[in-house]
Design a protein. Structure first.
Length: 697
């Protein structure tokens, strides 16, 4: 390592992060120095601007990547090793990052250089399609970042950027803290009646961590939390209606009261986004968001969502009616919102003669990974193994893997951080960029920088000598994130601006992830990963048959739930007027009239924990899950059409999927890429069929 970086590792700026060398106190000085260097480089570039790819895009990329490497590590640690000290550091330096990015994106000289390059037809025609798309995206991004605003408006625009960044960070922190703060200690056997042993082990371990050193799964005490590996099973299996109500209400009211209340933050975020859109000349923030997505307009999104809503609403009504009848006739119970999961699981058991909990023993993480990696080799000709080289990680449970192509060359790496750690790790699951693929020329040689991904899940952790035994939902979540990882790792694009998931329209980015979920039900994949963790015995076939039979169980309610989120997100960012007098609750209730069949409680404040749209990248874009699902279902149907048992044909289709969907990243328009793979535009029929809703269409 260069001596100038010996005292501050975060200034290295390249390669795999050495997490053991990262010192929190180094973050502010390292980012301050990086921003100073980058600002000087940007000034030099502006003064010597050259409207060519080599004289404009390449030096800009170097400036951006230097910052992204260090700031990316900090962002990553905020998600997986959150602490009060890191938060304070993050909030201190974040405004400086935003100010620099504003300056870069609003540089008139850089913007004009891009425009000049686009206008110079001689130079323009020497560029390949990917280079042209990167330049066009850079021009659009500059315009959406306020490059053409007059100084007064630009100043206000930048003020809003700073405020929105601060509000989003606070929003996410409040959700994490409110989730972490809730603890329900149970001491009586009756209170844990119906709960599976896997949950009792987690809850007893929580009690041990809280100081009850003698806690056991059999005798307790047990501490229940809102962490999903506990909350989900508790709501499904607890026979104690009063305790289900208590935990349910705590979950739906996270970050909605006291010092962690996100309601004022939501109002402020929506107002600022609307103001920012107006400054840019748009009527709503949704119009800004959709100006760079496949859907392109609010009307296009609403049309697709309405088509899906119509076919799912009546089905959802029938499902709820059936569930109420089942609960009432069999158990003489009224159905409250906190009863839905419980009676759904009871009805599933009654109809299909199994519970999700029964399947855990067949889905150890090690075995699931083996099945997942076998699938990747079977359809994409890539081999995944534990990496040969030892690398630094941020936690002892993190694993590191290498990806080889059919010629045994290593083409990518990824980290996997699988387990829930509610004290420091935010909930949910995600894939993010550690290192992106790029190609440079040094000493007459081509040097390819291999992509590296972070894959983060929050599944049930191991207990004692027992491995992580996964629910089937956790299995599909792992496959989902791995799909994102594949698009990052199998890219063949050598420009950082469009490699992996970069420069992909947001409503297409879920295609590979949702596509991978379908393989969880494919019998060869299923049986390759479903083996008893003790005996190695393959899961009995009747379980597979039951799982497939139950696949469409509550499909209408499930579809409607996602449509509710999507339409509410769109409403808040397009039509909602913050000063109109209509409250957020009233907006939610208005949208709920046509998107829910289950009564919504007054204290339901799920918006206060809706990280996707208030602290993530899905503002006016949550519909992307459904939009992408149309693409992913249609993509999977291409494999079905050649026969899922036909390995030779699967390899051919897999090669086309890899060469188009996974390899091309953001180098082309996603519709063009999809048509290259499928030979036509996407159709909704496969999604409706896989969702069990085709007959309702």
């Amino acid at each position: 390592m260069n001596n100038q970086y010996a005292d501050n590792y975060l200034l290295v700026g390249e390669g795999l992060p050495a997490f053991e060398k990262i010192i929190l106190d180094d973050i502010i000085p390292s980012m301050t120095e990086l921003l100073k260097q980058s600002s000087n480089k940007l000034t030099y570039l502006e003064e010597n601007v050259d409207s060519t790819w080599e004289g404009l895009v390449e030096p800009l990329t170097i400036i951006e990547e230097k910052i992204q490497w260090t700031w990316g590590i900090v962002n990553h640690l905020m998600g997986v090793q959150n602490s009060s000290k890191l938060r304070e550091i993050y909030q201190t330096i974040q405004p400086d990052i935003i100010n620099f990015l504003n300056r870069l994106r609003q540089s008139k000289l850089i913007y004009q250089a891009f425009k000049n390059l686009q206008k110079d037809l001689v130079l323009w025609n020497t560029l390949d399609g990917c280079q042209k798309r990167i330049i066009e995206s850079s021009i659009r991004e500059a315009e959406l970042s306020g490059v053409n605003l007059i100084p007064e408006k630009r100043h206000r625009f930048n003020e809003i950027n700073l405020q929105l960044a601060e509000l989003s960070t606070q929003f996410s922190n409040n959700v994490l803290d409110s989730t972490k703060d809730f603890k329900l200690k149970l001491t009586e056997k009756m209170e844990v009646d119906g709960l599976p042993f896997s949950l009792l082990k987690l809850a007893a371990n929580n009690a041990i961590l809280e100081g009850d050193s003698n806690a056991t799964p059999e005798a307790g005490p047990w501490i229940m939390t809102l962490d999903y590996p506990i909350y989900g099973p508790f709501m499904r299996y607890s026979s104690q209606k009063n305790l289900r109500e208590k935990i349910y209400k705590a979950f739906i009211s996270r970050a909605s009261i006291g010092k962690l209340n996100n309601k004022p933050l939501i109002e402020r975020i929506l107002k600022l986004r609307k103001e920012q859109a107006k400054i840019l000349g748009y009527q709503s923030y949704a119009e800004v968001s959709l100006s760079k997505k496949m859907a392109s307009s609010v009307e296009n999104v609403e049309k697709v969502l309405e088509e899906l809503r119509v076919v799912s609403y009546e089905t959802a009504q029938e499902e709820l009616k059936s569930l109420k009848s089942f609960a009432s006739s069999n158990y003489n119970s009224d159905l409250e919102p906190w009863d839905i999961s419980y009676w759904t699981e009871k009805q599933r058991k009654f109809l299909f003669d199994f519970t999700n909990e029964e399947l855990r023993v067949y889905f150890s993480l090690e075995q699931v990974l083996e099945g997942l990696f076998d699938l990747a080799e079977r359809i994409f000709r890539v081999k995944i193994t534990v990496a040969d080289k030892q690398v630094s990680t941020w936690h002892k449970d993190v694993q590191f893997f290498q990806v080889k192509d059919e010629t045994e060359n290593i083409i990518a790496y990824f980290y996997l951080d699988p387990y829930s750690r509610p004290a420091e790790k935010r909930g949910g699951a995600w894939m993010s960029d550690c290192v992106g693929r790029s190609e440079t020329y040094q000493d007459g040689k081509t040097i390819t920088r291999l992509p590296v991904a972070y894959l983060i899940c929050n599944q049930t952790p191991p207990y004692d000598e027992e491995p992580s035994l996964m629910t089937f939902d956790e299995v599909t979540t792992l496959f989902h994130e791995f799909g994102h990882g594949l698009q990052h790792m199998l890219t063949t694009v050598n420009y950082p601006g469009a490699s992996g998931i970069n420069n992909i329209e947001w409503d297409a980015v879920e295609l590979p992830s949702q596509f991978m979920e379908y393989w969880c039900y494919e019998k060869n994949t299923f049986f390759s990963m479903a083996k008893h963790y003790k005996t190695g015995e393959t899961i009995p076939k009747h379980y597979y048959d039951k799982l497939v039979s139950s696949r469409h169980f509550m499909a209408g309610l499930s579809m409607l739930r996602q449509l509710h989120f999507s339409l509410l997100d769109l409403e808040l960012h397009h039509k909602y007027q913050p000063d109109s007098g209509e409250t957020l609750v009233q907006v939610r209730d208005r949208i709920a009239e046509k998107t829910t069949v289950i009564r919504t409680l007054p204290e339901d404040a799920f918006l206060c924990a809706f990280n996707h749209i208030f602290a993530g990248g899905y503002a006016a874009g949550y519909y992307s899950y459904k939009w992408s699902e149309i693409l992913s279902a249609d993509s999977f149907s291409a494999f079905e059409e050649v026969g899922l048992d036909n390995d030779d044909e699967l390899l051919e289709v897999g090669k086309s999927f890899r060469d188009n969907i996974l390899a091309l990243g953001g180098s082309k328009n996603p519709m063009e890429i999809f048509k290259s793979f499928r030979g036509r535009e996407p159709e909704t029929e496969p999604l409706l069929r896989y969702s069990g809703l085709l007959k309702s269409a």
